[in-house]
Ligand binder design. Structure first.
Ligand SMILES: Cc1cc2nc3c(=O)[nH]c(=O)nc-3n(C[C@H](O)[C@H](O)[C@H](O)COP(=O)(O)OP(=O)(O)OC[C@H]3O[C@@H](n4cnc5c(N)ncnc54)[C@H](O)[C@@H]3O)c2cc1C
Length: 474
């Protein structure tokens, strides 16, 4: 039976209460428009369940009527997973399911609901003298459910791993409305398929994560943060090896940035001053997160690098303000590009040892295709994950520049394939990269993914068309 929109809204109000249902276009705008402004489909309604029982009732109803649902967290996703594709979906915003259920500092974990904002999760950990290390620039809006569903990365992956590595288990409402109970505080649990891990990184296509058990770590007592001039990405790679050898897992961030990104931030007064003291084509921002009794490890690493003639200039943040300036400069790299007109972006990864080659080959091919293009490759060098972005040539027409993007995408993804890399290092597939995934993923893996999706969601109601294209039988 097909329901008209008006009936749908009435039934949603009956299930969830009228206060938890939005259906006017003007009310839905904040939930439909996403950070990159690339996707513009509307939704039938936006709903905000107040309890897991209500969510289960909603999902059962949608499954009966074959009405597509989109799980949505903070709506900060970069690939359009959280916004409509078909125009017939109901967006289910998880923000009201945001309780902290349990903190077990001694056991090194906490159980929180999916709608808890990442920054609030940091606060809960800190109040208990612990650290939840995953951090991304969107931490003030992104929710735990979104972070897990995208298997988010960020700047601490080097030492602590990505979202998947930081999750001990999840609770989730599956597409038939049943509740999967995978929450636990166990470091070791060898009892068959890892179903929580299937839901992590599934981008809402296999159900709704409602709560998660997250790992906690001892809170560092202090940080040593440095801004280091490096002559090339190759030197950056050698510095990474040196620091890992000397500092091990105390090295928690190792971010590569080109001078271009700093110049842009200065030009557009996004930072009050240059975080570096001298010019260099590239910089690394490295950070050690240390516990009591461990001092001056950064200093010793830099002395060794100076001694080996690997680097010629570096500065260690001596105040909190200077550390904050360094982090702000790193976090604004992407935003600064939008002040310089249009930009073409790739979120890619290669084996760490191949990052310099990726940058060299990618910049060369880009210049050949679009002379005058301004490369801005930056990011998580220690994870092999570079945000390979390009700003339009100075004075170029932004529309014409974006129209010429496809050959550049093709060339970058060809290099990535050649180097054994990934077309999506941390942002996921969403609706943006569905075709690209179909072209590049191992066909056997794609078939397995399709079978899993069909087994759990035969009516294809959970985020249809995201990650996997909608097939004819759906
Ligand atoms: C300024 C900025 C910086 C960023 N930096 C990084 C970065 O460094 N690293 C990184 O990895 N990402 C980064 N991102 C991308 C984004 O913030 C992350 O992907 C984040 O994890 C998304 O969380 P969210 O709550 O906003 O999810 P949403 O955007 O709302 O949703 C993302 C996906 O998760 C699904 N989903 C959301 N909640 C649930 C749930 N409870 N159950 C099931 N599925 C769900 C949605 O359907 C969608 O497919 C950045 C984004 C911005 C705007």
């Amino acid at each position: 039976m097909t329901l008209e929109n008006i009936q749908i809204v009435t039934q949603l109000e009956a299930i969830l209460g009228a206060n938890n249902v939005l259906s006017e276009n003007s009310e839905m705008v904040p939930f439909i428009s996403e950070p990159r402004k690339r996707f513009h489909e509307t939704a039938q309604a936006v709903v905000m369940p107040r309890s897991i029982a209500d969510l289960q009732t909603l999902v059962r109803w949608a499954n009966n009527h074959k009405i597509p649902l989109i799980p949505q967290g903070g709506n900060t996703g970069m690939v359009g997973g959280q916004v409509p594709l078909l125009g017939q979906e109901i967006i289910v915003n998880m923000g009201r399911l945001n309780k902290v259920r349990q903190v077990d500092a001694d056991g090194g974990h906490m159980i929180v609901e999916a709608g808890l904002i990442l920054e609030h999760a940091h606060g809960v950990a800190l109040q208990n003298n612990m650290l939840f290390p995953l951090t991304i620039a969107s931490k003030g809006s992104a929710q735990i459910g979104g972070v897990l569903s995208t298997n988010a990365g960020g700047t601490q992956v080097l030492a602590y791993g990505n979202a998947r590595a930081l999750c001990l288990g999840v609770e989730a409402v599956l597409p038939d409305g049943s509740l999967y109970q995978g929450l636990n505080g166990l470091k070791k649990n060898n009892t068959g398929y890892d179903l929580s891990n299937l839901l992590v990184g599934a981008e809402g296509t296999l159900g709704f994560i409602t709560a998660a058990s997250l790992k906690l770590f001892p809170k560092p007592s202090h940080y040593e943060t440095a801004w280091i001039n490096v002559a090339s990405p190759q030197i950056g790679l050698r510095l990474l090896s040196l620091m890992q050898e000397m500092a091990g897992n105390y090295l928690t961030a190792f971010e590569l940035m080109p001078r271009f990104g700093i110049d842009m931030q200065l030009k557009h007064t996004m930072i009050a001053r240059d975080p570096s003291e001298s010019l260099s084509p590239w910089y690394v921002m490295a950070e050690m997160s240390l516990t009591k009794g461990r001092e001056n490890i950064m200093q010793r690493c830099l002395e060794e690098a100076f001694g080996n003639k690997l680097i010629e200039d570096a500065i260690i943040a001596s105040t909190l303000g200077h550390r904050e300036l360094m982090w702000a400069t790193r976090e604004q790299m992407s935003a600064s590009q939008s002040r310089e007109g249009a930009s073409i972006k790739h979120d890619v990864s290669v084996p760490i040892s191949k990052v310099p080659e990726l940058i060299e080959r990618g910049c060369a091919v880009a210049e050949k295709l679009i002379p005058g293009i301004r490369p801005c490759p930056f990011g998580h060098m220690g994870d092999g994950n570079i945000h390979f972005n390009f700003s339009q040539p100075q004075g170029a027409d932004p529309v014409a520049f974006m129209a010429s993007a496809q050959p550049l995408h093709d060339a970058i993804y060809e290099i990535i394939a050649d180097m054994g890399g990934s077309i999506s290092a941390e942002h996921g597939i969403g609706q943006l990269k569905v075709d690209l995934l179909a072209q590049t993923k191992d066909p056997v893996a794609l078939t397995m993914m399709g079978k899993i999706k069909h087994a759990l969601d035969p009516n294809n109601i959970c985020n249809p068309g995201k990650i996997l294209a909608i097939s004819k039988q759906d």
